[in-house]
Design a protein around this ligand. Structure first.
Ligand code: HMG
Length: 384
């Protein structure tokens, strides 16, 4: 049975900051941020947006009534959860009008969450042919103002519908993975912002990629020549470049040039959005599908979540995938955003809603939003 991604959707908040302006405000050479880190814009969520509202928004772009009827599984991968008990998935049930005959839950393992969800969905579809699974990645990456990680922040969500006979990406069911207890990045429950050992995290990421690529080649008796594209988890776009560079000299110059060209297509959206944490790899997939993919291409996907779990797996782009991707709407969503000044962004960053907050719906510029916090319970609404 063929199983994989049948549809893929994306949501990014409507506000962003310009990375050159951020560099200037932080007295940094802009080239460091645009070339050294590899970013152009960074998405900034409003205080009435969070992992729940963004997850609802990305799923809303792809789900039809027929999809909802066939759903048997809903998984949200996030490390920006709004509740230590109730899952982000449970909040989505009424926001998305989903039938109750669904197994819904949340998965957390840093940026690996969505991949854990995707592989779980694969198994679910194998056991329940004819059903569909919805896997959503939704995160706000926050390191704090004037921290080294600030330039690698971002926000957004990617939703994927998993089914048999997928129209976008067939998963090969070939995969290698690795877990090690590592202190490269963490966010204690008391903190809204993450802590990172930046340089160390880069080393672990590259080390995981190298080990898994060796393992994949041995396990499946393949080489880079069996693939035309490698996609990477991209917390910032230079990170994937660092991993890709480890192949230079180990593959032919032509293959390295092809992989590099395709990588450039896969990072266009991330350059304009920033870090989606667990959605980053899948934003790379979407960017590649919109900007360069060809039907029949074999690709490798490297997923990495600090802490740390890595997985390298493969898939094949399906004929007619272009018909399932709403390219015009995706590009419009990215183009129609408004730029915030750095001081406006800093002010927004400090706002934290407390119990008793009631959000003025007239000031909301999003379909799904946090409407109220009542008795410490977060309540959400869909605008008409
Ligand atoms: P930093 O110390 O500000 O930057 O931290 P740097 O000094 O390392 O410089 C960055 C790059 O800019 C370097 O290039 C410089 O040479 C270059 P590289 O050596 O890396 O190729 N540079 C310039 N280039 C052009 N013109 C200039 C210039 N000046 C310098 N004038 C760091 C950067 C990414 C470490 C920091 O932003 C950080 O800590 N970020 C957060 C951690 C992170 O993203 N780690 C990634 C791996 S871990 C991961 O992916 C998991 C994660 O997604 C979390 C999860 O799983 O949930 C983060």
């Amino acid at each position: 049975m063929k199983i994989g991604i049948d549809k893929i959707g994306f949501y990014v908040p409507k506000d962003y900051i310009d990375i050159v302006e951020l560099a200037k405000a932080r007295n940094v050479d802009p080239d460091k941020f645009t070339i050294g880190i590899g970013q152009d814009k960074q998405a900034v969520p409003q205080p009435y947006q969070d992992a729940v509202t963004m997850a609802a928004s990305s799923a809303d772009t792809i789900l039809t009534a027929a999809d909802k009827k066939d759903l048997g599984l809903l998984i949200v991968g996030t490390e920006s959860s709004v509740d230590e008990s109730k899952s982000t998935a449970a909040f989505l049930m009424d926001l998305l009008d989903l039938p109750e005959d669904i197994r819904a839950f949340e998965i957390k393992q840093a940026c690996f969450g969505a991949t854990a969800g995707l592989q779980t969905a694969y198994d679910f579809i194998s056991n329940n042919p004819g059903k569909k699974a919805l896997v959503i990645a939704s995160d706000i990456a926050r390191y704090g103002i004037k921290t080294p990680g600030e330039v690698t922040q971002g926000a957004g969500s990617v939703a994927m519908l998993i089914s048999q006979d997928p129209r976008v990406l067939k998963l090969d069911h070939k995969s290698v993975y690795k877990t090690r207890n590592v202190g490269d990045f963490w966010r204690p429950t008391f903190s809204k912002t993450a802590f990172a050992r930046g340089k160390f995290s880069n080393e672990i990421y590259v080390d995981f990629f190298k080990t898994l690529w060796e393992k994949y080649q041995t396990k499946y008796d393949v080489t880079a020549n069996d693939f035309s594209t490698m996609l990477f988890h991209i917390p910032y776009t230079k990170m994937g470049t660092k991993a890709l560079r480890t192949l230079e000299g180990t593959v032919s110059d032509e293959k390295y040039a092809e992989l590099t060209d395709h990588y450039q297509e896969s990072i266009k959206f991330s350059r304009a959005v920033g870090n989606l944490y667990t959605g980053s790899l899948y934003l790379g997939l979407l960017s590649y599908l919109v900007n360069g993919a060809q039907a029949g291409e074999k690709m490798l996907l490297f997923s990495y979540g600090s802490g740390a779990v890595g997985e390298l797996y493969s898939g094949e782009i399906q004929p007619g995938f272009e018909d399932v991707i709403d390219k015009a709407s995706l590009l419009k969503m990215l183009d129609d955003r408004q730029k915030l000044s750095i001081s406006e962004y800093e002010k927004l960053y400090q706002i934290e809603y407390q119990d008793g907050t009631i959000v003025d719906s007239a000031k909301v510029d999003a379909k799904f939003y946090l409407s109220e916090i009542k008795e410490n319970e977060r309540l959400y609404k869909k605008s008409k």
